[in-house]
Design a protein around this ligand. Sequence first.
Ligand code: 2U9
Length: 384
Amino acid sequence: MQLSKKPKQPSVNEAPQLGQALQKLHESMRMLSAAISQAQQKSHESMRPFSKAVSQVQKDSKDFAKAVQEVAGLEILEEWRRTLLGRKSGSLAQAMRQMRDMGAELRKALNLMKPAVEEIIALKKAPLEAYKTSGPAVDVTMPGRQPALGRVHPITRAAREMIEIFGRLGFEVVEGPEVEDEWHNFVALNIPPEHPARDPLDNYYLDDRLLLRTQTSTVQIRVMENRPPPVRIIAPGRVYRPETVDAGHSNMFHQLEGLWVEQGVTFADLKGVLSMFARAFFGPDVRTRFMPSYFPFTEPSAEFYVSCLLCRGKGCPACKGSGWMEIAGCGMVDPNVFEAVGYDAEEVTGFAFGIGIERPAMLKYGINDIRLLFENDLRFLRQF
Ligand code: 2U9
């Protein structure tokens, strides 16, 4: 935190010189007391004309020495200056005017006392004056500012939970580029040139070769191109598709795709992994079902549903009365995909799945509009 350069409120006995000046004052007070008692023993000093002034100095200097450390205002300091050094009525000033008649000891004591008092007043005055002209730098009585703590975005939170669950099942996280070529986004995934998914209007092409990836399968293709089986990986990340944005659709969203390739991997393993995932993520009571489907990169293919979390399967507007919500697509990796990456489809089998992260996150955290996730409105984000 950058503090202003204003002086801080002067504290008692701040300057080290003040301590020394106070010692000098005490020394002069001791000398004064000694000189007074000496003079009293020698003669009837108390009857001398200056004795009244001297005892006033003795009293005032004692009070001053006691009080000065606590003085925190210029007015009070000025009062003390007048009491001791004031031209007309200051007790020390008056006593010094009568010094000619005094003995050497008394004179010495008063001569030491005057500069000590002056020094103390000057030392106290400087910070008080600085404080008066510029005010306090910090109001130490104010409550401190609450540090603004960041929070984990609900998408990140959901992705981390998913990664953790698949991690327990032995899946490794892999990442890859968001700008892809047609080979990794389409060709290697068995999506032929005439397939509607490759329509330029359904993709964000950057030029005639590159596009923003539409799925994170591209990362899994890259892994298989670079290492032999077995692989057991998940690829979380952003994907892009031109969509009309509404409460349920965004043109950028997040996916977590999984791939397990090894000798003897079956559809039963796929069902087991996704069912375990659903129970771990949504709770032990969630029910699951697989429905036949079609994707170019898997054969056979299925859609994976969980019982509606809002109506618990009874049927509501959120699940369009069906009691089920689709959260993933999946299937056994198509042999053409294995061929594209140089894996032997006679040797290994594998399953793959794709989970959109937004939908399960919205179901789990009770978010009814996908746009809330990307508007960065703090009133929304602070709720997580
Ligand atoms: C490789 C081979 C096959 C991944 C798969 C799906 C089915 C799927 C959707 C779910 C919701 C996309 O986010 S979504 O809109 N995904 O339906 N994804 S099978 O299949 C692969 C992946 C990698 C090498």
